[in-house]
Write a new protein. Structure first.
Length: 223
């Protein structure tokens, strides 16, 4: 795995998880995004904190929406707690860096993926789980892309998040296969559509900088 250190069994698992994530995504993070993120760390961390909170909220939303699905509820309950711990960790880092917490506008990325969700079941559930898998995979890929360029403390923290997000990606993908009752070919075809949309959001010019924003557009706007 490029740019990150792996050693021992944990390191091998991490490398395997990252390989799976990278082959799942149709486009890598543009280098121009990494260069910008390094220069805008307070904004990156602020939006990262929001992303962790939204990840917890997504898991809770699935519990509210599908309370009869025991396997799903069990996984989501655990996942929501884990994401809230990540949120607390990022907030602590922001405090240590004396960055005041503030509300940010929603990113193009999550909003566009949400607009793509189909209505009606089980298509809605399938899309929610596939989109969640994509967001987790992208988060993992971005942690790995930016970690080598970060100060030591932040680098250690981001590398520690890699394995969690890789596991979340695998869990959402597995749930999409087991919980929706869709045929394998239908699920694969839909996944392909969402993967292409996600990749387009990552490589196309984006006027706003966020944790999941696209390629920095010329004249990238302020926070
Ligand atoms: Fe997380
Ligand atoms: Fe996650």
């Amino acid at each position: 795995m490029s740019g990150t250190q792996t050693s021992g069994r944990g390191g091998t698992d991490l490398a395997n998880g990252l390989d799976a994530v990278r082959s799942f995504l149709l486009a890598p993070t543009p280098q121009s995004w990494v260069d910008t993120a390094v220069e805008r760390l307070p904004e990156l961390l602020l939006d990262h904190a929001n992303c962790e909170l939204k990840a917890a909220s997504t898991a809770l939303g699935l519990i509210y929406r599908y309370p009869e699905r025991s396997a799903l509820v069990h996984r989501m309950s655990r996942l929501a707690r884990e994401e809230l711990r990540h949120f607390e960790q990022v907030r602590r880092i922001l405090q240590d860096m004396c960055v005041p917490f503030e509300r940010l506008s929603a990113s193009r990325y999550a909003g566009t993926l949400r607009e793509a969700l189909r209505r009606g079941e089980p298509q809605r559930l399938a899309d929610l789980l596939l989109v969640a898998a994509l967001i987790e995979a992208r988060s993992c890929e971005r942690f790995a892309a930016i970690a080598p360029r970060l100060p030591d403390t932040l680098q250690t923290f981001y590398l520690s998040l890699l394995s969690s997000e890789a596991r979340h990606f695998e869990e959402y993908l597995a749930l999409a296969r087991t919980e929706c009752g869709l045929a394998g070919e239908e699920l694969t075809a839909r996944l392909g559509e969402l993967q292409r949309l996600e990749a387009e959001l990552i490589v196309s010019p984006d006027p706003q900088f966020r944790f999941h924003s696209g390629a920095p557009q010329k004249g990238f706007g302020p926070i």
